[in-house]
Design a protein around this ligand. Structure first.
Ligand code: FFO
Ligand code: ATP
Length: 182
């Protein structure tokens, strides 16, 4: 299936899952328990993530856990031409909506890629090798090209699909943590 059709189909599945908050929350804790037990979480002091849209994985749960373990949080701010930089987000900092609607941090303290120990990469569709389809901005494909540290994604099994062919510019994440109905 072509990327655009798959993206639309999987955004619809995510929105349907979000209509069942009880199930969504159960699956999120299933995923987070696996992540928090993993060495890639334990050894990472600076975690790159995003502020979620309602249909996305609730990254707030992870942000709260990170602060409770004295880890630092980096959030992206997007610019023109697919460029994105990460800035430090501290508890209670003000967030500002981008034109795309994603909440973004202030630009007080930039964190360069090498300062981010673990990047939690959002996305809509994933194949089992960790290749991903996002919202079509190409932001993470560009950022991951030269990102030197650990990467992973937190996903629901409904987002998995192996029927598409990754393109040359598509980037893989190192590890997938998948929540699935038991
Ligand atoms: N919560 C959250 N924040 C995030 C992301 C995300 O996936 N989730 N992003 C993950 O990357 C970045 C924002 N991603 C964006 C992706 C596309 C467009 C955009 O302008 N899209 C065009 C359509 C492009 C196309 O279909 O060809 C548009 O909406 O007009 C903007 C931002 C950073 N913040
Ligand atoms: N490394 C790159 N260099 C130049 N252009 C790129 C690169 N990566 C992606 N692009 C371009 O960006 C556009 C969007 O790519 P794609 O559809 O793969 O994004 P996506 O993975 O859905 O989005 P994102 O990475 O923001 O989540 C495409 O036109 C693609 O050619």
């Amino acid at each position: 299936m072509v990327k655009k059709v798959l993206r639309t189909k999987k955004i619809k599945s995510l929105k349907e899952l979000a209509d069942n908050q009880e199930l969504k929350t159960t699956l999120e804790y299933q995923v987070l328990n696996k992540l928090f037990m993993d060495d890639i979480w334990k050894k990472s002091n600076v975690i790159g993530t995003v502020i979620p849209f309602p249909h996305e994985f609730d990254y707030w749960k992870l942000i709260h856990q990170a602060f409770s373990e004295n880890k630092r949080i980096a959030l992206p701010k997007t610019y023109q031409k697919g460029v994105m930089h990460f800035y430090e987000y501290e508890q209670n900092d003000t967030l500002t909506p981008s034109s795309f609607g994603a909440m973004e941090p202030n630009e007080k303290r930039i964190l360069n890629p090498e300062e981010i120990s673990l990047l939690i990469v959002p996305g809509v569709v994933f194949n089992e090798s960790g290749f991903r389809i996002g919202y079509g901005g190409g932001f993470y494909d560009r950022y991951l090209e030269s990102f030197p540290n650990e990467t992973c994604s937190l996903i629901f099994s409904t987002q998995l699909d192996n029927s598409w062919q990754p393109e040359n510019h598509d980037q893989q994440v190192n590890k997938l943590f998948v929540g699935e109905k038991g």
